[in-house]
Design a protein around this ligand. Structure first.
Ligand code: C5P
Length: 264
């Protein structure tokens, strides 16, 4: 099946993708350490996007209550929980997370098949019991801060591209809704596995931005062109003096690229 006909599959993923507005595609990573700083950033964002990523820095500094604060401010939440443990422990954690209602949750694909399958089934069961919609589970592949040298030191003989492919395959086979990878691997994933799953990409930078600790970076245009559904951006936006302006510049780039795609 070619990628164009696959894009038209009337699956849950295609439906979700077709309903995405430009503002839904940019997810701001709220990597600050206090409630005060978080609120200051959110005031400047002022509804220009719909989803905020809350991750380890904010959670370990302020507790999970911060999620409620972000939701009350009017945003959907991607909880970057980066779950990884034995299947029983991860399932227990998901039962807890489910009490706070978030739209997306991350889990490490390196936890393996049993952990991923169990996580997906647990989430399904809880949501059916409680009659509510299931949060999307996103499988983190190789962290965007790692390159081939880092993997070699960890004992992997594979190049990161091959490892991302294998991790993504395991996650897709376990009914994980989305994959997290760098913008440099999106094309490879789409060519190998099609469009029946979502992709979210951190490691996004504009040309003038500092890469910081990220090693596998690329531009928003490249990520969208290759088939990424969501861009996860932190420092490039929140470290800027004009947060709203930088968000708008990202949204313009996303929109421009989506229009190019429709024209072709
Ligand atoms: O500041 P920057 O845009 O690099 O932030 C990227 C965000 O995405 C961080 O919050 C980081 O934890 C998260 N992330 C990542 N690489 C992954 C998964 C998540 O950088 N593979």
């Amino acid at each position: 099946m070619d990628s164009h006909s696959e894009k038209n599959i009337n699956s849950k993923t295609a439906l979700l993708r077709n309903n995405l507005k430009v503002k839904d595609r940019l997810i701001l990573s709220l990597d600050v350490s206090s409630k005060f700083e978080a609120m200051e950033v959110l005031k400047k964002v002022s509804d220009s996007i719909s989803t905020i990523k809350v991750g380890l820095e904010l959670i370990y500094n302020e507790g999970l209550e911060i999620v409620d604060m972000v939701k009350k401010a009017g945003y959907k939440v991607l909880l970057d929980a980066k779950l990884m443990d034995i299947p029983n422990t991860v399932a227990g954690a998901l039962r807890g997370i489910n009490k706070i209602d978030v739209g997306m949750i991350t889990i490490h694909t390196s936890g393996g098949t049993s952990m991923l399958k169990n996580a997906s089934e647990t989430l399904n069961e809880i949501c059916i019991q409680k009659n509510k919609s299931k949060p999307l589970l996103f499988g983190v592949t190789v962290l965007t801060s790692l390159d081939d040298d880092d993997l070699k030191k960890l004992g992997y003989d594979l190049k990161f591209t091959e490892l991302v492919l294998r991790m993504a395959k395991v996650a897709i086979d376990c009914d994980i809704d989305g994959i997290i990878c760098s913008p440099n691997e999106v094309k490879l994933l789409r060519e190998n596995f099609g469009h029946g799953f979502l992709i979210a990409t951190p490691g996004i930078r504009l040309a003038q931005d500092n890469p910081g600790d990220q090693k596998r970076i690329n531009t928003p245009e490249k990520a969208i062109r290759d088939g990424s559904d969501f861009l996860i951006v932190g420092r490039s936006i929140i470290k800027n003096t004009d947060i709203k302006g930088k968000i708008n510049s990202y949204l313009d780039k996303i929109e421009g690229e989506l229009e190019n795609d429709t024209d072709n």
